[in-house]
Design a protein around this ligand. Structure first.
Ligand SMILES: C[S@@+](CC[C@H](N)C(=O)[O-])C[C@H]1O[C@@H](n2cnc3c(N)ncnc32)[C@H](O)[C@@H]1O
Length: 350
């Protein structure tokens, strides 16, 4: 069966690594393509297992993929026409495996997505898909039990898929308390992966907010110790609520990350998203914060340790890194944070 997952922009490579790592050994997985914000793959196992992917926002089973879509209306007809003789048996089986019941007369609704210049509109894409499925005996229904069909045209590719995941696939049950600038768990998980988690890690997020990064680390595999801190007591309360009694040993501190009460060379991994934006402070304040935090992180990090830092104000970080020549950027990724560009830096000692 052909599947696709949708991921946040910039996380495609990490999602691919996650897929391979989790399912590569089973012999059931064949990754076909990596597209912007999408991975296409064949999987012979139970699709329920795919719902556990931590980088994915949505999971689909792909009914039809039509390559060579052009801007003309004829390619639209080719996409919807591909459904006229499609055998839905395997797809319905797949739906059942993830708990989506399929009735004899199938209720459905269509969501359409379109990018690039086309001689047809999104509404046309939706209409022709609906018509093609009604011809197959399905009926349009807005109800909750309706199959969620997605018709999409991006670049040269057209897809007709059924959404297997619920809207909360990318949410995490631990996230009970929130703070305004809290990270998406999928992004926090990806940052943690970039730190190369190891069971002996002493792991630090010195600006932990609601604790998303620390919790994603706790859930990935064993660790030696988790340390979190924040200058805001509200944020720390949110972290404590989200942790509950689980995930020991760990310790949370009310502190200023510019002055950490931690011995030098004691931390293996630091993963943090640095504050950014005007709400946090003006340019001199932010420059000062970045400079002093970076020096402090370098002080507490072990010689073979790693920092993974996220910021949308990369010029500040670049300026500071130019001064601190003993630090080296091993990898830099551009990602999307709430519709804005941001950068993940993977930093180690030169
Ligand atoms: C972008 S938020 C972190 C969000 C967090 N990763 C999450 O997912 O909830 C940045 C955090 O840095 C904290 N912060 C700002 N300046 C700080 C400082 N000097 N020392 C420690 N924490 C600080 C803020 O209180 C805020 O909680």
């Amino acid at each position: 069966m052909l599947y696709s997952i949708i991921v946040s922009a910039g996380l495609e490579t990490i999602a691919r690594e996650e897929l391979s790592q989790r399912f590569g050994d089973t012999g059931h997985l064949k990754i076909l393509e990596r597209k912007p914000q999408r991975l296409l793959f064949q999987y012979k196992g139970n699709p329920r297992e795919l719902l556990a992917l931590r980088t994915a926002e949505h999971l689909f089973c792909v009914l039809k993929r039509v390559p060579k879509m052009t801007r003309s209306r004829s390619s639209l007809a080719a996409l919807s026409g591909s459904l006229s003789r499609f055998n839905f048996k395997e797809v319905f089986e797949c739906c059942k495996q993830v708990g989506i019941g399929v009735r004899k007369r199938v209720p459905f609704r269509v969501t359409s997505r379109l990018s690039g210049k086309r001689n047809f509109r999104r509404a046309d894409l939706q209409r022709v898909t609906e018509q093609a499925l009604v011809k197959r005996g399905w009926y349009l229904s807005p109800g909750g039990s309706a199959l969620d069909v997605w018709a999409e045209v991006h670049g040269d590719d057209g897809y007709i898929s059924i959404k297997l995941s619920k809207n909360d696939m990318a949410q995490r049950p631990y996230k009970q308390a929130h703070i305004p600038a809290s990270l998406k768990p999928t992004l926090a998980y990806s940052m943690v992966r970039l730190s190369r988690p190891h069971p002996k890690d002493v792991f630090l997020d010195a600006m932990c907010g609601a604790g998303t990064i620390l919790l994603e680390r706790a859930l990935i595999n064993r660790y030696h110790y988790l340390i979190g801190g924040d200058v805001s007591t509200d944020a720390l309360d949110a972290t404590r609520t989200n942790f509950g009694r689980q995930h020991q040993p760990r310790q949370f501190f009310h502190w200023d990350a510019r002055n950490l009460p931690i011995q030098p060379n004691t931390v293996d991994k630091i993963v943090s998203n640095l504050p950014f934006g005007e709400t946090v402070g003006n340019v001199p304040q932010l420059t000062n914060l970045y400079r002093r935090c970076l020096k402090e992180y370098a002080r507490v990090l072990k010689p073979r340790g790693r920092m993974v830092l996220l910021t949308s104000q990369h010029t500040f970080l670049d300026d500071e890194l130019r001064q601190l020549r003993f630090l080296k950027v091993g990898k830099q990724l551009t990602v999307d944070v709430r519709g804005k560009q941001a950068w993940i830096y993977v930093i180690h000692f030169a």
